[in-house]
Every structure is written in C-alpha cells, then in structure tokens.
Write a protein that binds this ligand. Sequence first.
Ligand SMILES: NC(=O)c1ccc[n+]([C@@H]2O[C@H](COP(=O)([O-])OP(=O)(O)OC[C@H]3O[C@@H](n4cnc5c(N)ncnc54)[C@H](O)[C@@H]3O)[C@@H](O)[C@H]2O)c1
Ligand SMILES: [Zn+2]
Ligand SMILES: [Zn+2]
Length: 394
Amino acid sequence: MRALTWQGKHDVRVETVPDPQIVNPRDAIIRITSTAICGSDLHLYDHYIPRMKEGDVLGHEFMGEVVEVGRGNKKLKVGDRVVVPFVISCGSCFFCQKQQFAACDNSNPADTADMSEIAYGYPMPGAFGYSHLTGGYAGGQAEFVRVPYSDVGPLVIPNGIADDKVLFLSDILPTGWMAADNCMIEPGDTVAVWGCGPVGLFAVQSAFLLGAERVIAIDHYPRRLELAKQLGAEVINYEEVKVREALAEMTGGIGPDACIDAVGMESHGFSVDNVLDHVKAAVGLATDRPHVLRQVILACRKGGRVSIPGVYGGMADKFPVGALMEKGLTIKTGQTHVQKYMPRLLDMILEGKIDTTFLISHRLPLEEAAQGYKMFKEQQNEVTKVILKPQTVH
Ligand SMILES: NC(=O)c1ccc[n+]([C@@H]2O[C@H](COP(=O)([O-])OP(=O)(O)OC[C@H]3O[C@@H](n4cnc5c(N)ncnc54)[C@H](O)[C@@H]3O)[C@@H](O)[C@H]2O)c1
Ligand SMILES: [Zn+2]
Ligand SMILES: [Zn+2]
C-alpha cells in the first residue's frame, strides 16, 4: 500500500510499504477514507519528539471503512464506517476503567514503554504514528491501517454523514473540548485561549458551549484570529500588544478566570525567554520552548485554572513555579481521553450543535502529503487544516 513515511527532520515521503495484517484477535484493518495532518505531527516533522525511526508511517487522525476484523472483536463488522481515536487503549486496565484512556497501561509494548517510563516516571499509552515512545504503531496517513483493541476505540458512524463532519472526532475536537472541560467553567467566566490553530479554535467553541461568558483568543495570524472572532471570541494579536497587560485591561485588572495553552512546545515570538529557548533547543540543551505556558501562568487570575492541551515533551526551565504556587492556580493537562468524549460529541454534531467543517482549508490526495506538511508548517495563516484522501485515484 501507499503510506506517508517519516525520513528525518522536514523530510516525509509517500512510499510503498507492506500492507497491514491482523496480528491479534482484537485487531481490525481499516481502509482509510480521510486523514488529517495535526499540529502534533509538526512536532515530529520538526523532530522535537524523540524515538522516531526512518520509514515510520505517520498519522493519528483518520477514519474509514472496516475491511477485516479479528476473531476476538464482537463489536465491529466488515463495512462499518468508523472514526478511530488517536490514543490506543485496552478498555479494561485500571486507567481505562476510570475513563482515563490516555493513561492506558496495556497499549504500549514493553520495550518501548520502558523508554517513556525512564522519561516520565510511568509508561505512556500507545498512539498511532507517533514515535517509538508511544509504541511505534504505524499511523493512518496511509491507504490502510491496523487498529489494535478495535473493539474499544473506533466509533461507528451512521451512513449519510460526510467524513468532513466527523473526522475531527479522532483527536482535535475532543482535545479542544477536554481543554475547555478542564477549565471547570463557571457562569460568568472569562476564558483566554493561547493559539488559534485547530485545537485552540475548538477550545474556543467548546468553552462557549460549556458556559463561558467571554472567550479571548490569542495568536498572530490574522486569518486564524478572524476564525476565532467568527466563533464569538474577542481577539489579541500578540505581535501588536503585550498579552498579559491586554488581558488584565480586558478583565478589570483581575485576569482571566481560566487560561488554555493550545500552543505547546513550539511557541513562536521574539520575547527574551523564547529566543533563549530557541538557542538552547538548537544546540541540544533543551527540548521544549514553553514561552506560552510561562505567560499563561503569569496572566491567569489568582485562584484561576490553567488547562494545557498543547504538547510538551521534556524538561522546561525558567518555569514560574512561584507564580503558580503563590497565586493558587489549578493545572489540568494531558493527552486527550478521546474515547470518553467521542459519543457525546458525535451526538452534538448529529444534532447540529457543533460544526467543525469551517476549519478545513485544503483537501489533497495522499500522494501530495509531503506538500501538505510543508504548507501546514510554513503558511499557517491560510492553511488551517489539511485533509488527505488516500483513495483518490490518479
Ligand atoms: N493533548 C492532546 O491530546 C493533543 C491533541 C492534539 C494536539 N495537541 C497539541 O495542541 C497544540 C496545538 O495543536 P494545533 O493542531 O492547533 O497546532 P497549530 O500548530 O496549527 O497551532 C498552534 C497555534 O499557536 C500559535 N502560537 C504560536 N506561538 C504563540 C504565542 N506565543 N502566543 C499565542 N499563539 C501562539 C500559532 O500561531 C498557531 O496558530 C500542539 O502542541 C499539539 O501538539 C494536543
Ligand atoms: Zn492530532
Ligand atoms: Zn487500558
């Protein structure tokens, strides 16, 4: 089959690789109809995430049709249309039982789990197309994919609803939703969201749906800020004003009740701390550039809540731990427990309460995936989300 493979920093290529096979009884094989490029894929593209190997198949946001089902799967049948969560979860371990699917203890094979255990204290769960830290599973930017524990993750989608309307259930919609849910929004709250990429924009949408009175969105790309405005947010362009001062002014000097870091480890901007992080990362002395996280902690009101959907991978320095403690902030973060949120969000899509299609700016055949990555990385203003169509015939 054809699949997008990682070859090194800024080098991804569509190649012919072996077709996936059923390995375990609970596996299924899916023929991919739509798959998307994620901001998290850019961290691999920029080689910020360790443990990538040449030839790894990328992609963790995908949906398609079931073409083969292992004998241990009583849930799916051939022909079902499914959206697959990016995180791989067994459904029965201590964590899955608590619906903390992104903490699953069984989905990361022992040898690769050991690596994340050294880095993080405990092993990470498995995930599709996201390095050998998360199991080295082949991803879904491909014609076909093997889905382990396929009786747990995939959500069956009714026929008659277009891929574009439901594809984002695989990651960014639940991620935006969990980011807002983690803000524990109370009536009258003002929520500030750093980053108007897909995750930030869905966090804006979700914050309103969860009862926020005001949402303030921060970025520097006019097109992305415009989309946030269309969702009802007030906006700040961080290249034009000082963010913390602007937020204080907009909230009567108090600061936002809750703040969401939807940027993560590759923060842009020329603040002193970020330039220093850039230099340290370039010479291998640092892993992450947590400028936004620092700003979030300083800007949030005393006693406020901080939600971090943005991905961080290693260690951060110059971290304002004093402000965090002295202001009594609450922090919630994590990879998204996608399976927990999917059914409710699908209902909201079917009821017309959520429409995510506004985000899609480009649709490309899989063969043009490398171009899609380059565009998503270099033209962030216009390129808000790229969908790849592996079944497009040439
Ligand atoms: N927790 C999860 O499970 C999960 C799932 C999906 C994505 N993510 C992460 O969420 C983050 C956002 O993903 P995305 O797809 O929206 O990415 P993206 O790269 O499309 O968007 C990031 C946005 O942040 C903006 N930004 C950069 N520096 C900024 C600054 N200093 N202040 C304000 N805005 C700034 C950029 O201009 C860009 O618009 C990434 O780190 C991604 O890895 C996490
Ligand atoms: Zn993603
Ligand atoms: Zn589990």
